[in-house]
Ligand binder design. Structure first.
Ligand code: BV8
Length: 252
């Protein structure tokens, strides 16, 4: 990718006064966390994430579903933020130092943005690091990684199965996450979409909302997505390579 490719998006980032970032599983790919569209490895190769990430799957087989999520919890805990996560944390500091507003919306449940130093990521789809009683909603703390739950499904003090604090297909996103998202989207002048296939709603629709509100948009992804036709700039490549270059070009 030649230097000229970054000139305009970097200038737009430097001049932006209200930035929204939307990330998907691709931003964590270079940390070693498989994306949803990668074939899942090992034991999970024969399962479809969209079949496991539902309340129906949990009701049908809470043991299998919680075993899958605990495998992901420990996998995420063993991974480190990559240069793409770190570049987003620097971008936030630079924009805020210039008096601008910055909101990071993530579809990821791996906790890597917070570990990379992002101040207050909006976890649209929750977190695999925290779990709760499936009946009372009360928090139930999992064993500290690398220890797995002792048994599956884990049970809460009330005896009900414990579930991960993630949003499953068919479940509503947290009210506060939606409010913060639409509040930021209503006034943003630049949205950067990173590592998302842009097929899961309502998150994918946030890109259309930003465009409709007059924001310019940057898409960072090795491949085209259904939103590519409406973005201002498409930066084709892995985010761990692209994001540091974009941030350096804008702020160094
Ligand atoms: C809702 C948490 C309504 C769990 C996730 C029928 C019934 C019910 C709902 C629906 C329905 N039909 C449609 C819907 C809506 C549904 C939906 O959108 N379905 C899709 C499949 C059509 N949405 C929902 O159900 C949402 N809720 O609508 O509620 C409602 C309202 C009121 C009351 C009740 C209900 C909830 C959706 C959230 C589901 N939970 N995750 C978990 O993690 O297990 S979704 C999960 O999949 C992720 O969070 C993420 O959102 C999505 C995967 O997308 P990506 O993150 O983009 O990852 P993906 O693998 O797809 O792509 C990776 C990308 O990275 C690729 O583009 C690739 O090119 C790129 N990449 C690869 N390497 C790199 C890279 N990019 C950069 N650098 C690299 N190195």
């Amino acid at each position: 990718m030649d230097d000229q490719t970054f000139a305009q998006p970097a200038a737009a980032l430097r001049d932006a006064r209200s930035v929204v970032i939307l990330t998907g599983a691709g931003v964590s790919a270079e940390s070693g966390i498989p994306t949803f569209r990668d074939t899942m490895e090992g034991l999970w190769a024969s399962f479809d994430p969209q079949q496991l990430a539902t309340p129906e799957a949990f009701a049908r087989d809470p043991g299998l579903v919680t075993r899958w999520y605990d495998h992901r919890r420990l996998g995420c805990a063993a991974c480190e933020p990559n240069p793409g996560h770190l570049a987003l944390a620097r971008m936030e500091r630079e924009i805020c130092a210039l008096g601008g507003e910055f909101t990071l919306l993530t579809q990821n449940v791996d906790g890597l943005h917070r570990r990379a130093g992002s101040a207050d990521p909006v976890e649209l789809h929750g977190s695999v690091m925290t779990w709760r009683c499936s009946e009372t909603g009360e928090a139930v703390t999992p064993p500290p990684p690398p220890a797995p739950w002792p048994g599956f499904p884990p049970k809460s003090p009330s005896g009900a199965p414990v579930r991960p604090d993630v949003v499953w297909f068919g479940e509503a996103l947290p009210e506060e996450a939606l409010e913060r998202s639409f509040d930021a989207l209503s006034s943003c002048d630049l949205l950067v979409s990173v590592g998302t296939s842009a097929v899961v709603y309502p998150a994918a629709g946030f890109i259309e909302v930003a465009v409709a509100n007059g924001a310019r948009t940057i898409e960072v992804n090795p491949k085209d997505t259904p939103m590519t036709p409406i973005v201002t700039w498409a930066l084709r490549g892995p985010s761990a390579g692209i994001l540091p270059l974009l941030v350096e070009r804008a702020f160094d």
